[in-house]
Ligand binder design. Structure first.
Ligand SMILES: [Zn+2]
Length: 453
């Protein structure tokens, strides 16, 4: 257990590498540390001491760093598995499939002799494809596989499934909701909002880390209880408000909430007004959006199966009803419907853009509603937006000489109204029927089913 902690604390998480949405586990800090690297190899060697292993097989490329040290420790030979075209002598090869492509691994024909006792090692067990191909290569050369070892296992990618029948060991595991049944029901209601919501739950809240196949969400998820309902809070822009709107991992956020069992998402946002009668401090319960974003990964329906979500009414009608009723009860200034135009940001709109939005009859402008609402709908989650108006957008200023947006004004108005917003969300949560017990009157879930997944 101690070694696991030591290893984990020396693995560096690199977000969005090698591509957006992937959280890379960088093991170089482990290799660089003279104390830890040795301990790590000793730990890997433990089960094989005295077992007369003949060869350690390392997989291209990070597997080599571990395999050669392990081979030295166990006093064995080293055989290597490489990607196609890298080995100069006679080779055998195996194809393995990646999510949307395939790759080929090769070994020299003479790298393993029939009957040799083999340990295979790689740095990460993800979907298990490369290891499965390696096993097939070793078997073709008639090697006898004694053990398969990984430094890291990404449990949520189910790699072990592909490697059934073999002794698999990993020194550290990264677990997401998908693998733990208990995690499935951690919360039924999710809030995606600003950091002001941490206070909701008091001291009894717990934080969990969830990782999805779309990468890590914006931050840890806080789980607590409100009115005997389990509620999860996810800070949209990260714990320290460090993620700008166009860099938010929208898919990971929605997937993470789905993983832990969330069926309803309440999503407060700050918006700019595009109409004189929608004033700073007002609340708008949006029922429509117009998407003006351009750089976001905005669907879970990414093929190979083709599916299309019905988006005529993307926001949950039942949740909207509850929200409007509660806001009226609290005597808050409320607009019971509205169209939000979602811009890419992070810049605010130009005068021409803002005037155009107003002229089109759209009500408020924001940078995060899309694709959040659509992603939720694709997964059959009911989604409610509560827009809090922080300022008049620049187009309204041109028309009516109402002051245009300034960042100070946005922040000031938002914090001034945060208590009201929290109050409203509490009342909404209180009045949401127990989703698990009561059949939902809305068709959010059915839309997702009809989409074809
Ligand atoms: Zn719904």
């Amino acid at each position: 257990m101690e070694i696991e902690k030591l290893i984990k604390s020396n693995i560096r998480e690199i977000p969005d590498w090698p591509e957006r949405g992937v959280s890379f586990k960088d093991i170089t800090p482990l290799l660089q540390n003279k104390d830890i690297f040795g301990k790590l190899i000793d730990e890997l060697a433990k089960p094989y001491i005295g077992k007369k292993i003949d060869k350690v097989v390392g997989i291209d490329a990070r597997g080599f760093t571990l395999a050669s040290a392990l081979a030295y420790k166990l006093k064995t030979g080293l055989a290597i598995v490489r990607k196609k075209g890298k080995l100069p002598f006679k080779t055998i090869s195996k194809k393995y499939s990646l999510e949307y492509a395939s790759n080929i691994l090769e070994m020299h024909k003479d790298s393993i002799l029939p009957g040799e006792k083999i340990v295979i090692i790689d740095d990460v067990l993800a979907t298990g494809g490369t290891m499965k191909a390696t096993i097939d290569l070793v078997k073709e050369l008639k090697g006898k596989i004694v053990g398969i070892d990984f430094l890291i296992e990404l449990n949520y990618l189910n790699g072990r499934k592909k490697l059934k029948g073999y002794k698999i060991r990993s020194l550290v595991k990264y677990i997401s909701g998908s693998k733990i049944k208990k995690v499935k029901k951690l919360a039924e209601i999710g809030i995606i909002g600003g950091s002001g919501f941490y206070e909701f739950f008091g001291k009894r809240a717990k934080e969990i880390e969830v990782e999805t196949k779309f990468g890590k969400p914006s931050g840890k998820i806080t789980i607590g209880s409100l009115f005997s309902k389990k509620v999860a809070f996810l800070p949209r822009h990260g714990r320290n408000h460090q993620i700008p709107p166009h860099r938010i991992p929208y898919r990971a956020n929605i997937a993470a909430l789905k993983e832990i069992g969330v069926k309803v998402i309440i999503a407060p946002t700050a918006v700019g007004s595009l109409r004189a009668n929608i004033k700073p401090g007002d609340f708008v319960i949006c029922d429509q959006f117009v998407d003006r974003t351009k750089l976001r990964e905005d669907t879970f329906f990414d093929g190979p199966k083709v599916a299309h979500i019905e988006a005529t009414y993307p926001y949950c009608k039942e949740l909207r009803k509850i929200a409007v009723a509660q806001a009226k009860k609290l005597k808050f200034p409320i607009h019971s419907r509205g169209t939000v135009v979602v811009v890419e940001g992070p810049k605010f709109s130009t005068l021409a853009e803002s005037s155009w939005f107003s002229k089109m009859g759209w009500d408020v402008v924001n940078m995060t509603q899309y694709p959040e609402v659509i992603l939720a709908l694709e997964l059959g989650i009911c989604y409610l937006n509560i827009s809090l108006v922080t300022d008049y957008d620049s187009g309204i200023y041109a028309k009516s000489k109402i002051e245009p947006v300034s960042i100070e004004q946005v922040l000031q108005n938002f914090s001034k109204n945060t208590d009201k917003l929290k109050n409203l969300i509490e009342e909404i949560i209180k009045n949401i029927p127990k989703t698990q017990r009561v059949p939902r009157k809305c068709d959010c879930q059915k839309k997702s089913e009809r989409a074809g997944i």
